[in-house]
Ligand binder design. Sequence first.
Ligand code: PSU
Ligand code: MN
Length: 300
Amino acid sequence: MISAAVRAALDEGRPVVALESSVLAQGLPIPANREAERRMRAAITARHATPAITAVVRGAVTVGLEGADLERFLRREGVGKVSARDLPVAVAQGADGATTVAATLACCVASGLEVFATGGIGGVHRDAPYDESADLAELARSPVTVVCAGAKSILDLPATLERLESLGVTVVGYRTSEFPGFFTAGTGLPVPARAESADELVAIERAMRALGRPGALLVVQPPPAADALGREEVERAVAGALDSARASGLRGAAVTPFLLAAVEAATEGRSLRANLALLEANAALAAEIAASRARGAQRR
Ligand code: PSU
Ligand code: MN
């Protein structure tokens, strides 16, 4: 199901920005999830683009989650976390499912969306036993421009960057030479390339497609300075969160939401403020990229 607003924008070649729903239904607490949705939507519409939240709604892959369905997701009543592997099951079983980055990429490919904004992608987790987000594999095979603030601070960031390289995912820093750490701007890890404008990013993406590259262009930008956290503070909070995760023996899909909540508690909500600010900033940059692409398509 593609909403009327998204359908019209796609048909008329107007800019569209895809958004995930797992950040709303699992990643952020109530009522901050509602604020996130409102701020991302406003950032996109202010730039004359159309937001398209993806989700599985009672078994229907949905692009442009709105109204009563969106409300159910924000209240998270019976809404599961759906990664790429879970999509066909949620569809066949008629379930409500909130899509992660991995599943949102699959929905983008299925419905022709080419620009997507999120907070932080999943990646390689720090603890053994081995846990790597499906976000990485889907980035490697989905021709979508994805704007994020790097990978979530709870992850092994050097290993995540290495895996992105192995998978052939093109990573470009937007006005930064460092891989951002989600809640924090600096990680000391260099990004392989940087760009200063949306047009430059679109040119890189065009080159990718001309070369027949199959995957995503991963655009990373630091969280807005006013709300970003210091690197040490984040590291302390993450270390504590990992200790509690270990103590409670959590595994699999529950790990990421648990760690995000533990970091929020440890930083007295400041990580939450950073999370909302970076989601808004990423939506804004994605809208600029989508607008630049739409202008380019008109000229050609
Ligand atoms: N970033 C956030 N909050 C989130 C997520 C990312 O700020 O909730 C979600 C995204 O949907 C991402 C998922 O795809 O966490 C990764 O989960 P996992 O590590 O289980 O793949
Ligand atoms: Mn995992």
